[in-house]
Write a protein that binds this ligand. Structure first.
Ligand code: ADP
Ligand code: ASP
Ligand code: MG
Length: 406
């Protein structure tokens, strides 16, 4: 019997009516003869509520193991509710927490990495005709504690189970019809992309496109798991992502954005690479990821200005590290802009296409959008802009690169 993994996101399973709709989709696949593992998220908003409860109970974030035990609860509830909805349709179904389904991880609470899936029991059950409904986003550490896989981690659970079960495909059911050339909730005439390469999807996900968690796309690429992104509510073939998809397409495929950015400017840095190396070393040592970087000469010789971006949630921690006597920087030397965003043009072979950079800068300048920092690679050009400008930046670039529908 061919096996299939179906994953339902938070918005698709947020209330009894929507769970019912998910159950109908699952029943249809069961009738087609698939052995099914279904991975569920928590209902939309539930994980944020659980996180707020934890913040009150563990103000200094001292107990990451108990935090994970709370955060994992939303998925567990939804798995059991969906199993009940399937039983109401007369199907054989059974819910599983992550650990019951055999998801073994390391002990890095909040951002655990999958080590292995013990899939024998699950495989036997599925092949015997029972639908396994698995709580996503969670596993168990070597010492038997519940772990979570990072926000959006149910996508990662789904891909990992698809690989472990040697499923024909991993179907990601969500609240839009598939992957579009830009967020369809921001750009009304975004185009539905029927096929994408793993590399394109990975670049979109890592530049902020929320539809798939980026680690899950990495895992799909590594395990060559075919992904299909589909609507939970409408019948549409959606987007397919596999090794052969998308490669023959035009260069610019999509515009991605992330609002979650901050910019730090270091004025009057001593010129030379030693000071820079010390600073980036200290930030990396604290686990902070720096994204876009620009260095330019300052007014005085032997000094330079350094601008870099990082996740907004990490900005305060970065300031604490920088304003430290060993870097000889004081508060006047450092400024922080919290309300930044990043817009990225995604495609293939972009670095060799100077015309693409030209169109990008010309388009943003025509809209009076100033650019904070730039980064380029084969598959993307990203620029940092003020968060207030992000919608207009995304829409105008979408039109400038002729991605609009019709
Ligand atoms: P789920 O709850 O199913 O995990 P998410 O909210 O994580 O769903 O992802 C779906 C959302 O991703 C959509 O509602 C849409 O607003 C957003 N999104 C952003 N960029 C894109 C894009 N390029 N194509 C499709 N959806 C996108
Ligand atoms: N519920 C988790 C989150 O909100 C995991 C997921 O939805 O994929 O991040
Ligand atoms: Mg998601």
């Amino acid at each position: 019997m061919p096996r299939l993994v179906m994953k339902f996101g938070g918005t698709s399973s947020a209330d009894p009516a929507r769970l019912e709709a998910c159950a109908m989709q699952i029943a249809q696949k069961a009738r087609q003869g698939y052995g099914l593992a279904v991975v569920v998220s928590a209902p939309a908003g539930a994980t944020d509520k659980l996180a707020a409860m934890v913040q009150q109970a563990d103000v200094d974030a001292q107990w990451p193991d108990e935090t994970d035990a709370v955060l994992a609860a939303g998925e567990q509830i939804n798995a059991a509710l969906l199993a009940m909805a399937l039983r109401r349709l007369g199907l054989k179904a059974r819910s599983f927490t992550g650990w019951q389904a055999g998801m073994l991880t390391d002990a890095k609470h909040g951002e655990a990495r999958i080590q292995h899936i013990e899939a024998q029991r699950l495989t036997a059950l599925i092949d015997g005709g029972t639908i396994a409904v698995i709580a996503g986003f969670q596993g168990i550490s070597p010492d038997g504690r519940i772990t979570t896989l990072g926000r959006g981690g149910s996508d990662l659970s789904a891909v990992a189970f698809a690989a472990a079960l040697k499923a024909q495909a991993c179907e990601i059911y969500t609240d839009v019809k598939g992957v579009y050339s830009a967020d369809p909730n921001m750009v009304g005439n975004a185009k539905l992309l029927r096929s994408l390469s793993y590399e394109e999807m990975l670049e979109m996900a890592s530049q902020g496109t929320k539809i798939m968690q980026s680690r899950s796309v990495e895992l799909a690429l590594a395990g060559q798991v075919t992904l299909r992104i589909l609507s939970s509510f409408e019948s549409d073939p959606g987007t397919i992502i596999n090794a052969t998809a998308g490669l023959e397409q035009a260069q610019v495929r999509a515009i991605s954005y992330s609002r979650d950015e901050a910019r730090i400017t270091l004025h009057a840095m001593p010129a030379g690479s030693k000071a820079l190396a010390d600073i980036f070393d200290a930030l990396a040592g604290a686990g902070l990821q720096v994204d876009l970087i620009v260095q330019s000469p300052a007014k005085h010789a032997r000094q330079s200005t350094l601008v870099f971006s990082l996740r907004r949630a990490d900005a305060d921690k970065a300031l604490d590290i920088l304003i430290n006597p060993c870097h000889n920087l004081s508060l006047q030397d450092v400024s922080l802009d919290r309300q930044m965003a990043k817009v990225s043009v995604i495609g293939i072979g972009l670095r060799s296409q100077t015309k693409i950079a030209h169109t990008l800068f010309e388009t943003l300048s025509a809209k009076n959008i100033s650019i904070g920092a730039v980064a380029t690679s084969e598959t993307r050009i990203s620029v940092l802009v003020a968060e207030a400008d992000i919608e207009i930046a995304v829409r105008s670039l979408h039109s400038a690169f002729e991605l609009d529908q019709n």
